[in-house]
Structures are given as C-alpha cells and as structure tokens.
Design a protein around this ligand. Sequence first.
Ligand SMILES: [Fe+2]
Ligand SMILES: [Fe+2]
Length: 191
Amino acid sequence: MDKDQALKLVKPHLNETRYDHTERVMETAITLADVFQVNQEEAMLAAVFHDYAKYRPLKEMVQIIKDFQLPEDLLSFHHELWHGPVASILVETELGIDNQAIKDAIYWHTTGHGQMTNLEKIIYLADYIEPGRHFPGLDIIRKVATKNLDEACFMAVRNSMTFLLSRERLIYPETLNMYNQLKRNLEELNS
Ligand SMILES: [Fe+2]
Ligand SMILES: [Fe+2]
C-alpha cells in the first residue's frame, strides 16, 4: 500500500485537524526511519493509521478491549490511552493490515512500554514532535531526534510524565517502564 492509498483509507475516520496531524506524523516518521535505518514503508503505514481509532465512541472501544482481551487495566486509566491498542485491532479486522511490527507501533503509541522497537520509538516520537506541535522544550527534542532516538524518546516521555504528575493524573505502568528502560539505555551509553 502506498502513501496515497493509505491516506485515502484513513481520511473518513479523522476530522480535518487530525488528518493534517496524521500527514505530518507520516512525514516525520519517514524521515526518522531514514535516519535510524528502519523500514520506511512500515513507518509510513504505522504513522498513517496510528490515530485510526481516535474518534470511535468510548462504548465501542470498551467493547473491543473486552472482546479482544486487551489488558483490562487500560479501562482504569484515561480513555485517551485506549485508541492505540484499539486501532491495532481495527486496522487488521477492518483494513486487513496484519503486519505485527506495524500493529505494535500503533498499539504502543499512546503509552509506550519497556522494550520498544525502533519502529515503535519512531512512531511515539513522530507523534510528539511533528511540526504542528508547539510547546516549550520541543525544539531541543527535535534537534536530539536527528541524532539519538533513545534520548529524544526519553525527553518526550519525561515531559509527558511531568505534565501528568503536575496535574496529579495517573501514570500507566508501561509508560513508567518506558521511562526507566530508556534512562538505563542512556546511562549505559554514557558510562
Ligand atoms: Fe494518538
Ligand atoms: Fe497522533
């Protein structure tokens, strides 16, 4: 499936703002895949479909989490986290995308986890740094992202957790696992 075919498939599932975001995540992911020698077609497809389930009714997402035996602990965390895991199911059942690496990158883009592949890191990061995002500290992460994938992902997850903590929101355990693992990787690199 090429870019145009993929974008045409995702378009009816997104509003205009989210579609524009998706295009930018796609371009960012393709660039990162080139830099870090990750399969560019997989990066393109995972990026195009990462928010595929974003606008499904909450009731439908709950049903899918139960029916497909996704971790039920998701349901005790903010519903914003659900659309990644749910999309990883729907892209296969509705669109026939059965590539495990792509599905995993879609699955983990909302929470991260402790043993992320480079493709998963690229989608997580592309979603965070795409050029339409504007908040303090982003430019430095964009710069780091051209050189060190772990460090850029670490900065992104650290910022997300800081934001959540400042609002006394819950932290999904896999997000903490992502933070810890990347911190360890970076310490090893610098020791
Ligand atoms: Fe998302
Ligand atoms: Fe997104």
